[in-house]
Structures are given as C-alpha cells and as structure tokens.
Write a protein that binds this ligand. Structure first.
Ligand SMILES: Cc1cc2nc3c(=O)[nH]c(=O)nc-3n(C[C@H](O)[C@H](O)[C@H](O)COP(=O)(O)O)c2cc1C
Ligand code: FES
Length: 640
C-alpha cells in the first residue's frame, strides 16, 4: 500500500524517488495497447515481447512497457523503443525476436521503420515522421510515455503537481481566474468558455455542487476522448479535481460510454491509485479539500452526450434532454448546480495551472487558444488522431500531417463537427482551425471529427448519411426534430434514388429553418447543418440529381451504371470471374459486356479492371451504349 501524500513537498520527494529508481539510458520497448492497436493484436505483441526478453536472458538490460494510443493507429501495432524513440510500425508477434535482438545490439531494424511514400526514405525517430512532426501534442503527447495502469509514470512526468500547486498556493478564485485568463473554451462541441460555466456553477445557490466529465463521444468516427481516457486517465482526473476545487464541488461523475471498456478499466485503476496516494478522498494533499468521484457508464445513445440528457442518465433516468431555460450550471444533477466539461477540456486544465495562462494564450488564435485533437479520417493518406495548435490551416492538417488525398485523387471537401457540423469546400482550405472561423463557414469545430472527402464523394449522399444517423439517434421527444429529420430522410433518399422532384430543395430549407428555431435541444437545432452546408457549397449536385437524374460523383447506385468500353476491353476475364451477380458476358479473345438487368452495381468490375486497360467506366445521367454484337473480337492493345 503506498503512503498517502500530505503536501507538495511530499509529492516532490516521491517524484525524485521514482526518478532515482529509473535508469534513463536503459532501453525500454513500449508497445501501444490502445484500442486501435489492440484490433491488430497489441496484447499478443506485448506478451510476446515480455516472453522474448526472458528467452534471450535480457530482463536486466531491457524494459518492456504497455502504453496508450500514439494516434497513428492505422499503422498498429505501434512499438517505440526509448530513449532513442525508434518507431516500429505494423509490428506482429513474429517480428518480436528480431526487434529484441536489434535493441539488445543498439541497432535498428530497418524493415519495420516508417517509409516516406514520396521519397522512399526510412525514418527511425517517431517525432520525425511527417504525421507527428507537424503536430503540437501538449495534451495527447504523454500517452506514449505512460503505462496508464501505473500512477508513478504520471507522477514522474510532473503529474499532480498542478493539483498540489492549486491546493497549496492558490485560492479557488485564483484558479478560476487563471482558467478565465487562459480563455479555455470547451472541446466537446460548442466551444463555450469553461470559466463562465465554472463561475455560474460556483455562484449558483444550492449544495452539493457537482462536476462531471463527458466521455460519451457519440460522433461517428471520433475517438479522441477514448484515447485520452485510456492512455492518460490521470490527466483527466487531475483536471477534474482542480475544477472541483475552483467551483467548490466535493462530488463528481465521469460519464463513459458503455462501448469503451478499456477506458473504463484504466479509469477505474486510476481512481483507485489516486485514492491510495491521497489525490482523491478526504483532505487531499493535506489541504482540507475533499473530493470523490464515481464512474457512470452510458448506454451508447448519441443524444445522451447532450448536457441535460447526460445528467438525467447520471440520475438513473432515461438519457433524454430537457429544455434548458434554466442552465444545468444552476440546476443539473438532482436539481443541483452541475458543471459538465469534455474529456479534453479537463485534461487541458493541469497544463494551464502548471505553465500559466500566458503560456496557454501564446498558442492559437485571438479567439481560440491552445490546441485541439482531431480524428482525421476519410480519403486521406495518414489517418489517426492529430493534435494541432489552433490557427493551423485545414490545408496543413490534411496535406502536411494527413499526407494528402488517397490515390492522388482531387480533394473535394472536409467535414468537421460531426453530425452537427458541415462540409468545407476546397476554396476554404486555408481557413485556420478556430471555433469562430469554422462556424462562419456553416460548419463547426465540434468535438474534433475531421472527415476528408475526395472527388468520388457524393455530397447529397453525405447529407443523407448524417440525417439518417440523427434520425436513428433523435430521442423523439420534440416534433420539429423527430418529424423534421424523418421528412429530410425521405426527401434525401428520394433525391439519391433519382426520385427527387422540383421544389424538394425549398422544402429541405423550410424544414431546416423550423428545426433550428423550434427543436428542444442542440441535436435538433443543428441537425440540418450537414444538409444546409452541402446545399450552400454543392447546390449544383442536388440540382443534377433532381433535374437530370445524374449523380456528378457517380456514387449513387440508382443513378449510376457500369459499362465496358469494347475498344479498350482486352478480354482478360478478370471482371467476368469476379462479378458476384454473373452479369458479365464474354470469353477468351471476345469483348466482355455487362447485362444491365442483372448488374447489382456493386462496382467490383470497375475496381478489378487492370489500370493499364481501364475498360470499365461509370456512367450517370447519360444513355448506356448497346453492347457489342455477340462474338466481337478484342482489338489487341500493343504493350509497352
Ligand atoms: C446531441 C449532442 C451530443 C453531444 N455529445 C457530446 C459528447 O459525446 N461529448 C461531449 O463532450 N460533448 C457532447 N455534447 C456537448 C455537451 O452538451 C456539452 O456542451 C459539453 O460536454 C460541454 O463540455 P465542454 O464545454 O468542455 O465542451 C453533445 C451535445 C449534443 C447536443
Ligand atoms: S491505438 Fe495504438 S496508435 Fe492508436
């Protein structure tokens, strides 16, 4: 059982003691065991390393450690060898003996290093890989050093020093002033200033007051909060305890979605250890301040991430929103003043207290300070979690960090802000990442989803996807949201299926206006944003679907056909063999053709036709030419 700490000095002593036991020059093989890497078998890789180090008799010379997510999850299993920070990607159990031998000889195993797709150069150091090099990982960066189940790793890096500073050197008002001066804005959606909510809760009448962490993270494709909670749970806890002190709360809740078992597991470990060391419970660090926290597991409904819905769920009721003419800061959990912040917002608090508001304000733009973590996904070469300073342009994020568009295709738009956000087209690629700038374009920062779309993406289908998602997720309590979404879904399905009518666009706009004005919560008031922003920038695509029955991106199945160009077909039989519907006719030496009535439009023929022939094309809004007469022979292409 560790000794409970009773002062800043005791914490400092403990940190020194932990550091004195560590050997900074001893190689440590760290294996990312975040959920992303676990899907590639990280647990197996980690255990294989432990066993292999034993097998090679190197236990005294090499350390092995499990850490949280680094962000470049698509390259999992991610392994980094410290102190040199050599990064090995896509590591499999069978690679382990070779890696261990290389580390023991202080060598580098070239074949598992990152290879720059442009120059072909191998890059050894993780921080020099372009994906990482252009980031500013002040909140997320410690994940790679920390075993989330070992509080000493967090303490060794200065963990809990912000809490001890706040409790021993600052009054609760001074903490609040520092957060106010830093202009920390909430990372969970709307970018609301944290200090304003904290003040409102602090000044609201009624006891007890509550502080809450929102780790519901329902946006499709987003996993920033999960990775932070899994990889560095103490940073979130420390921020929460500091916030509780500033507000005058002695009880807190951490709402974690049910589908995040590892986040819950690591968080529960962290809470237990924090209690044992005296960072949670009675008389924290000898300050007289008491604070307890409970983990509440959410049932995986998107709407339960909304503040009033989340608080109802915490009370054990259905996680549905209520009208908020009385703020939750005044009447939240059990009718008491309650302050809710996002995981990333809380994890930023200790940095501000430690390094000061001026340091935090030196990062970012006039109105948006600090950094933001995004989940960069879609048609981009490097996908993963990226933390960038506010003010970096969308172009820099997508091209310098994301490595540009997949397969050299043309960029079309980027969707930010999840289901409440919108699309941003090419002409605004130089817009800085900033709460207000993104809102001006009809999108929003949201919690950090960033989906990159290329020339093959149909913007009407994008709107349909989000409306469909929200239709399923709306709680159904209020008519504008429930019925509005249903109507939008019917119209968008019709438009994508070639059944759109003149006047549909006007109905969409009218419905969107009513939903924005009259819905009960922000799910409904913002639900039409993806539709309105695609209409704003890609109205011509809607019109092409409705008037010409044409999908310009040749994506919508009902408006697209596949056709084999007889003059290009080389009768290689590949499409014929792969067609699951048996719709392709032809033989050796004979031009192939598609029986349109049998074609299921799966697109496999288009994908498998060798690029050197490119015989299969997509058609939309134009007549399909007649197939060639039976027995038409191929015109052989001269190779070379
Ligand atoms: C439908 C809906 C879902 C939401 N889901 C989340 C969520 O998963 N995580 C989150 O932090 N905020 C979510 N929010 C925003 C919260 O209501 C709240 O504003 C936020 O948690 C406050 O934290 P912040 O000020 O630190 O951003 C959602 C809002 C709505 C309307
Ligand atoms: S889970 Fe391993 S890098 Fe994200």
């Amino acid at each position: 059982m560790p000794k409970k700490l009773f002062s800043l000095e005791e914490l400092e002593e403990l940190r020194k003691e932990i550091l004195s036991k560590r050997e900074p020059d001893k190689p440590v093989i760290t294996v990312c065991t975040g959920t992303g890497c676990q899907t590639y078998g990280a647990t197996n890789v980690y255990e294989t390393f432990l066993q292999e180090v034993k097998n090679q008799g190197l236990e005294d010379k090499l350390g092995v450690k499990a850490t949280g997510c680094h962000g470049f999850c698509e390259k999992g299993v991610v392994v980094v060898v410290f102190p040199e920070e050599i990064s090995y990607l896509k590591v499999k159990p069978e690679d382990v003996p070779e890696v261990v031998r290389a580390v023991a000889k202080k060598g580098i195993l070239e074949r598992l290093l990152y290879e720059d797709p442009v120059t072909g150069k191998k890059i050894a150091k993780e921080s020099e890989i372009p994906f990482y090099k252009n980031q500013s990982r002040i909140v997320f960066g410690n994940n790679k050093y920390i075993d989330p189940k070992n509080i000493e790793d967090y303490i060794a890096l200065g963990g809990y020093s912000a809490l001890s500073k706040a409790l021993s050197q600052m009054s609760s008002d001074q903490v609040l002033e520092e957060i106010d001066k830093a202009n920390l804005r909430g990372r969970g959606g709307g970018g609301f200033p944290a200090s304003r909510k904290w003040k409102e809760t602090k000044n609201a009448p009624g006891e007890p007051k509550y502080v809450i962490v929102n780790c519901d993270e329902g946006d499709p494709g987003a996993y920033m909060d999960r990775s932070l909670m899994e990889g560095n749970p103490h940073s979130v806890l420390e921020g929460l305890i500091i916030g509780a002190y500033a507000i005058g709360a002695h009880e807190g809740f951490i709402y974690v979605r049910q589908e995040y078992p590892l986040a819950c597991e690591n968080l529960n470990w962290a809470i237990k250890q924090a209690e044992e060391y005296g960072f949670l419970g009675e008389n924290i660090l000898g300050s007289g301040f008491n604070f307890r926290v409970k983990v509440h597991r959410g049932a995986g409904a998107f709407v339960s991430g909304e503040s009033s819905a989340l608080m109802s769920a915490v009370e054990g009721k259905a996680g549905e929103p209520r009208f908020k003419y009385i703020h939750t800061a005044v009447s939240g959990v059990k009718g008491r003043p309650s302050n809710l912040n996002n995981v990333e917002t809380w994890a930023t608090v200790p940095l501000i207290i430690n390094k000061g508001a001026d340091w935090f304000r030196s990062i970012g733009t006039e109105g948006s300070k600090g950094t933001k973590i995004f989940s960069l996904v879609g048609k981009v070469n490097n996908t993963g979690l990226v933390e960038v300073p506010m003010g970096m342009t969308l172009r820099q994020v997508i091209y310098d960090i994301g490595g540009g568009i997949l397969k050299g295709k043309r960029f079309k738009a980027v969707q930010t802000g999840g289901p409440s956000g919108g699309v941003i087209p090419e002409q605004y690629l130089d817009t800085p990442v900033d709460f207000d700038e993104l809102t001006k374009l009809g999108s929003m920062m949201g919690s950090g989803g960033m989906v990159v779309m290329d020339e093959d993406t149909c913007m009407v289908d994008v709107a349909r996807y989000f409306v469909n998602f929200l239709c399923e997720e709306s709680c159904g309590k209020c008519i504008p949201c429930r019925e509005g979404l249903r109507l939008l879904r019917v119209i968008l399905n019709d438009v994508c299926q070639g059944k759109g009518k003149e006047g549909d666009i006007e109905v969409i706009e009218e419905v969107a206006e009513v939903m924005a004005a009259a819905s009960l919560c922000a799910l409904g008031t913002t639900a039409a944003n993806p539709v309105l922003s695609t209409l704003r920038y890609f109205r011509d695509e809607y019109e092409a679907h409705i008037k010409e029955k044409r999908c310009p991106a040749k994506f919508c199945k009902d408006l697209t056909s596949f056709y084999i160009q007889p003059e290009k077909c080389q009768a290689c039989l590949i499409c014929l063999r792969n067609c699951p519907a048996g719709a392709i006719n032809g033989d050796k030496g004979l031009v192939h053709w598609i029986a349109q009535e049998k074609c299921s439009k799966c697109g496999i023929c288009f994908e498998v036709c060798p690029p050197r022939f490119s015989a299969v094309v997509k058609l939309s809004g134009e007549p399909i030419p007649e197939p060639p007469p039976p027995g038409t022979k191929v015109i052989r292409k001269k190779e070379g």
